[in-house]
Design a protein around this ligand. Structure first.
Ligand code: SAH
Ligand code: SF4
Ligand code: F3S
Length: 442
């Protein structure tokens, strides 16, 4: 067989990052070799994101750059959420593309590769009518210490702004048996941190007779010998139950961080978004977490400028930030997306006003983070060492509460500390990170 090479670039969320690890593993198992540039590759794959318009445009910019390579034997494929959303229209917009496949079709990836290799220049995988999850023994993981495990694919919610239900299909949970087998296998090969993934992990429901819910699965994964940290993303407040807090309290291996996207502090806007909870219901969950046995770091996602969001609604979001005191947040200007209910809504917020609200929100959060991070100075936090900043002579660590903590450690350099868990004393803080020094006695 002639040597075949591929290049893959990934956009979007952790689900996409992990899908790319599975796609990469599948290609390697089929005899392809991975290369670092699209120029060097026979097969160029873009695993795309469609969550906001800007994300969608990225893939078309990339494809535009390679238009002149059409017909020169290089094969282009578009995977992921833009592939699912735009479907065969991509062949018209970028005629040098030969493969268009969404994540609900990756179980057929091997078969699609065979078609491409046979010279088929219009290969698609676009059906959303599936019970399948993309389980493969060939995952090629990017990180040697922290491993992603998909527990549920798709989304059954219908948030008015969101493309995900259209791009990833209906919810499908994996059996607890296959999740546990993957987690145990990872622990045996030296992984110490596991991140459970799904668009809405809280609605995980084991399809096998054991019928575990998310809290049960979380507790069992956290008990696996060798697993020191378990994270999960993303939660939906509507499905975030008290039993999840209890499972976290009872299992120290579950990290002390909860990402609970609120989107807006106004019940009126939440109803228009079809989020299925009120501000008070959201706050009840925050109270569970604040009154829990352990201390939990809270983070969230917020959209500003959703259609109909008034100055008063926006004020309520700012006020929610004061009330909750998040340790970090992702904030976005509302971006109209194809097929979504919000497209038909009136009272569109002008772009300048969205931008103004975004800046106000981010400034408020910055002040909160400066204050909250400063409170950690002098204390000791355990980090997993994930990298090294040679120029600064610092190690890069991540805390259980998901903060980056850069620190010095006398007498080590090279890669010596990577993957280790160490106590670090915090000496300085900024809005987005902490600086410290190793608290290990040497
Ligand atoms: N399933 C997760 C994540 C969805 S995408 C959840 O339900 O929270 C991640 C974030 O992108 C969302 O939480 C939301 O804040 C943001 N987002 C989604 N669609 C958007 C849109 N059309 N415009 C702006 N932000 C959007
Ligand atoms: Fe999108 Fe809502 Fe599903 Fe999250 S829960 S993926 S925001 S539809
Ligand atoms: Fe983007 Fe699809 Fe993830 S739209 S955020 S890659 S689910």
């Amino acid at each position: 067989m002639p040597s075949k090479t591929f290049y893959i670039e990934t956009f979007g969320c952790q689900m996409n990052a992990h899908d790319s690890e599975k796609v990469t593993g599948t290609l390697l198992s089929q005899g392809y070799a991975q290369v670092e540039t699209p120029e060097a590759a026979d097969l160029v794959l873009y695993n795309t994101c469609s969550i906001r318009d800007k994300a969608e445009q990225k893939v078309f910019n990339r494809l535009q750059n390679f238009k002149r390579d059409a017909g020169k034997g290089k094969i282009f494929g578009v995977l992921g959420c833009v592939a699912q959303q735009e479907g065969e229209k991509i062949f018209e917009r970028a005629p040098h593309v030969s493969l268009v496949a969404g994540s609900a079709s990756y179980t057929r990836l091997g078969e699609m590769l065979v078609q491409l290799e046979a010279g088929n220049r219009r290969v698609t995988g676009l059906s959303l009518d599936t019970e399948d999850t993309f389980d493969t023994p060939f995952t090629r993981r990017d990180n040697p210490h922290r491993a992603y495990i998909t527990i549920i694919e798709g989304c059954d919610k219908s948030c008015a702004y969101c493309v995900v239900p259209f791009t990833r299909g209906p919810e499908r949970s994996r059996t607890s048996e296959s999740v546990m087998a993957e987690a145990r296998g990872l622990a045996e090969t030296g992984y110490t941190e596991i991140q459970l993934l799904g668009q809405n992990v809280n609605s995980y429901r084991d399809p096998s007779p054991a019928a575990w819910d998310f809290a049960q699965l979380l507790a069992r994964v956290a008990e696996i010998p060798g697993i020191r940290r378990v994270r999960y993303t993303t939660s939906h407040p509507r499905d975030f139950t008290r039993s999840i807090v209890d499972a976290m309290d009872a299992n120290p291996a579950v990290c002390d961080h909860v990402h609970l996207p609120v989107q807006s502090g106004s019940t009126r806007v939440l109803a228009a978004m079809d989020r299925q909870y009120t501000r008070d219901e959201y706050m009840r969950r925050i109270e569970w977490l604040k009154n829990a046995k352990r201390h939990y770091s809270l983070t969230t996602d917020i959209i500003v400028g959703f259609p109909g969001e008034t100055a008063e609604d926006f004020e309520q979001t700012l006020e929610l930030l004061d009330q909750v005191q998040y340790d970090s947040l992702f904030s976005f200007k509302y971006s109209p997306r194809p097929n979504t209910a919000a497209l038909r809504m009136e009272d569109v917020v002008p772009e300048e006003e969205k931008q103004r609200r975004l800046v106000v929100l981010q400034e408020k959060q910055r002040a909160i983070q400066i204050r909250r991070n400063a409170e950690l100075v002098g204390g000791i936090l355990e980090v997993l060492v994930e990298g090294r900043n040679q120029a600064l002579g610092q190690w890069i660590g991540r805390t259980s509460c998901n903060r980056t903590l850069n620190f010095t450690h006398p007498g080590t350099n090279g890669t010596g500390l990577l993957g280790k868990y160490l106590p670090v004393r915090v000496t300085r803080s900024g809005p987005n990170s902490l600086v410290g020094e190793s608290a290990t006695v040497v």
